[in-house]
Design a binder for this molecule. Structure first.
Ligand code: SF4
Length: 281
């Protein structure tokens, strides 16, 4: 009898809740997935999924899907047993470690691996066994400064703050494009609905980006920035405290019981005049 199982999509950091329809296999046959859809009762994503999930059943049934280890002999590929494949992988690794040392081996761990408990733990074990400090993952490409800042601030690079988008009235999107990334780094399933809710309650979404990104369509304001100027904007904002315009509500200052100084905003990063407009935003 078909069953529906609850699961989490591990293809990206948004971690959308999904419902997987399964037809149990009979007479020793494997179970068969017949459908995957968003779980409307998932508290994080509320039923949202991206097109990747819509194609999962086709991917599972794809005749070209690799279903066993493959070994390349010259220019041709052939199927192999797991034992043969692991031996073929381990022997050269051993030889390289013996000759050049353990740090000569690099390891890249992809996003779906770190979002599934079993493979995440296995990757940790493999990293320890290899003993290399050359371990990479998607964060290595674009998030190392963030991880380093988290490590300095919270004592652990993986303890990351995420925007409390349900409770803010102002969201500054600097150099991010959640409409394309599905809010991955914010662990934000259904980013579009959350942006819409923020605006619905009178909040503002300001995007700073050299490009009119897809997220700009969700924003209340977009400021172009000169390419490469993001560091200047961040440094300008960090260097000087915020002064809000006359008569403007400032929840941060209200909480601290003080008025604060003017945004630096690294005016040289903007086209003339844009910096001052952005300060007002
Ligand atoms: S945004 Fe798409 S890939 Fe990412 S978790 Fe959700 S359904 Fe999966």
């Amino acid at each position: 009898m078909p069953v529906t199982r609850l699961a989490t999509c591990n293809l990206c950091d948004s971690m959308c809740g999904i419902r997987v329809d399964v037809e149990p296999g009979e007479g020793g046959a494997s179970d068969r997935v017949t459908g995957v859809r968003g779980d409307p009762e998932d508290p994080l994503s509320g039923g949202h999924v991206c097109p990747k999930v819509a194609g999962l059943v086709e991917l599972l049934d794809d005749p070209d899907r690799v279903r066993s280890p493959m070994i390349r002999d010259g220019t041709a590929w052939r199927e192999a047993t797991w034992e043969e494949a692991l031996t073929a992988a381990v022997e050269p690794l051993r030889a390289i470690r013996r000759k050049y040392g353990r740090h000569a081996v690099g390891l890249y761990v992809g996003t779906p691996v770190v979002h599934a408990h079993c493979s995440a733990f296995a990757a940790q074990l493999l990293t320890s066994a290899l003993g290399t400090h050359n371990r990479y993952d998607p964060n290595s490409q674009d998030s190392n400064p963030r991880l380093y800042a988290c490590m300095e601030m919270y004592g652990d690079g993986l303890t990351m703050p995420i925007p409390d988008i349900e409770n803010v009235d102002y969201l500054l999107v600097l150099g991010a494009n959640p409409a394309a990334s599905n809010g991955g780094q914010m662990s934000l399933g259904n980013a579009r609905a959350r942006f819409a809710a923020l605006k619905q309650r009178g909040g503002r979404v300001v995007v700073i980006d050299p490009r009119r990104t897809e997220t700009v369509a969700w924003a209340t304001r977009h400021h172009f920035i000169r390419p490469g100027g993001g560091r200047g904007v961040a440094a300008g904002d960090a260097a000087r405290p915020v002064r809000w315009g006359e008569g403007r509500h400032d929840p941060v200052a209200d909480r601290r019981g003080e008025r604060t100084g003017r945004v630096g905003a690294g005016l040289w990063c903007f086209q003339p005049g844009v910096g001052r407009r952005r300060d007002r935003d």
